[in-house]
Design a protein around this ligand. Structure first.
Ligand code: 9B3
Ligand code: ZN
Ligand code: ZN
Ligand code: ZN
Length: 419
């Protein structure tokens, strides 16, 4: 026992070590280009300085009516600020010091509760033992399976949540943590499971859902990336698979699905954040998710959790064409967003991915839709850029509570519209 504790302590110390000056002094600037000179300046900057797009919108999407967020490395800040002023490109400082913000997203107060603190971000080893424990403690409601292994041989798990009735029920598939740095996403999947087990028997609407539906939940898809975002680079997005002929690591799992793969809004360069991979489903994590969906015939809805932007998106992202059931998807998204907003007035936009966020191919919602799951959604959770991926822990609870309302709306809709 003592050894176990010591070992855990040691692991925690090693895992929480991050390179000392990483991101120190880096700023995120919010640029509002107004003319062609401004656009050209942004393109040049992106080439020479290796400034990161804070949001993974690609360069060709930078237009005069669209603002863009850039992360600027510390040693370039003063130079770039003076050049921006010289050409009259207006900007706000969205984040003044990345390092401070990264540190501040953790709550100082330690509110370690009975079994699991759902208002904190957790490392993968904690989430992994939570998965086992929550399943074992709720055998009548939850079962768990391994659906595959990551590139670095970690287990990828799925939880089946719903009253065991002995018959096949319509099923809602939800995944979290496709992108590593979007930490609020795994926090939401865990919140959802917590709500399911805590309110079953108390809360009538949740009981109705769990009696008549099953939920398949993958709390963290991109486990390697998630671990890396805790240990080495808080802003890591991709998987951790090695690429031939380069030192650049990883593929964007949300460009790796078989949905007009790599045709638009994705990169063939392994060094880019939106690298689509060497081929469709080259990533084991993507294959694991796609295999479950292919095998499990009862799936009626697909929901995937990302951040940030506050949006409810539905297919298509790979084309501007609308799906045959566009009107229905738009109706559901509008209602889901209204339910979400009713709690804390958090405003979400909604619509087809290509028109609402940016056109891009190889995403999981488009693939699930074309596979035959006609209710398919991507949520981009809080916020709209103040903290971005570094959403403070104090916002986990309000974010999850409001998002529950949207998910419950969609689930109820699916229950009432069998197909
Ligand atoms: C992207 C695609 Cl390709 C899709 N089908 N649906 C949503 C998105 C947006 C997310 C992404 O992967 O860029 C937001 Se983080
Ligand atoms: Zn923890
Ligand atoms: Zn994402
Ligand atoms: Zn996002």
């Amino acid at each position: 026992m003592m050894e176990g504790l010591l070992l855990l302590g040691f692991v925690a110390v090693v895992l929480s070590r991050v390179p000392d000056d990483q991101y120190a002094g880096d700023k995120v600037l919010h640029l509002k280009p107004e003319n062609e000179q401004h656009l050209q300046f942004i393109r040049d900057m992106a080439q020479t300085v290796k400034i990161d797009f804070w949001q993974p919108s690609s360069l060709d999407l930078v237009t005069t009516n669209r603002s863009v967020d850039f992360r600027v490395p510390a040693d370039w800040v003063s130079d770039i600020q003076s050049r921006l002023e010289k050409i009259g490109l207006k900007y706000n400082v969205l984040i003044d010091d990345m390092k401070t913000l990264i540190e501040n997203q953790f709550d100082q107060k330690d509110t370690s509760s009975t079994f699991y603190n759902y208002e904190k971000y957790h490392q993968w080893i904690e989430i992994e033992s939570w998965i086992a424990k929550v399943a074992i403690e709720n055998p009548r409601l939850i079962s768990w399976f391994r659906i595959g292994r990551s590139y670095e041989h970690r287990n990828i798990y799925i939880l089946r949540v719903g009253k065991r009735t002995g018959v096949v029920k319509p099923t809602i598939f939800m995944d979290c943590g496709i992108h590593a740095r979007e930490w609020i996403s795994p926090a939401f999947c865990q919140w959802f499971v917590k709500e399911a087990v805590q309110s079953y028997g108390k809360n009538c609407s949740m009981a109705t859902l769990l009696d008549n539906l099953d939920f398949l939940i993958v709390p963290v898809v991109n486990v390697d990336g998630y671990v890396y975002s805790w240990t080495k680079d808080r802003l890591w997005r991709k998987t951790r698979s090695r690429n031939l002929g380069t030192n650049c690591v990883g593929t964007d799992p949300n460009r790796n699905f078989d949905a007009k793969w790599c045709s638009i809004g994705a990169s063939r360069n392994p060094c880019d954040e939106t690298y689509c991979g060497s081929h469709v489903e080259s990533e084991q994590e993507v294959k694991a998710v796609a295999n479950v969906i292919r095998k499990y015939k009862a799936i009626k809805a697909y929901i995937t959790m990302h951040s940030y932007s506050q949006m409810c998106l539905f297919p298509y992202s790979y084309t501007y064409s609308l799906t045959p059931n566009y009107k229905e998807l738009n109706f559901i998204a509008r209602k889901a967003v209204m339910a979400l907003q009713s709690l804390h007035r958090t405003r979400y936009s909604y619509g087809p991915g290509a028109l609402t966020i940016y056109p891009s191919a190889g995403g999981s919602d488009d693939w699930a839709y074309d596979f035959g799951i006609k209710y398919s959604f991507t949520f981009e959770l809080r916020d709209t850029g103040r903290y971005g991926f570094l959403l403070p822990e104090s916002q986990i609870k309000p974010t999850c509570e409001e998002t529950m309302l949207a998910i419950k709306y969609i689930a109820t809709y699916v229950l009432r519209h069998p197909y």
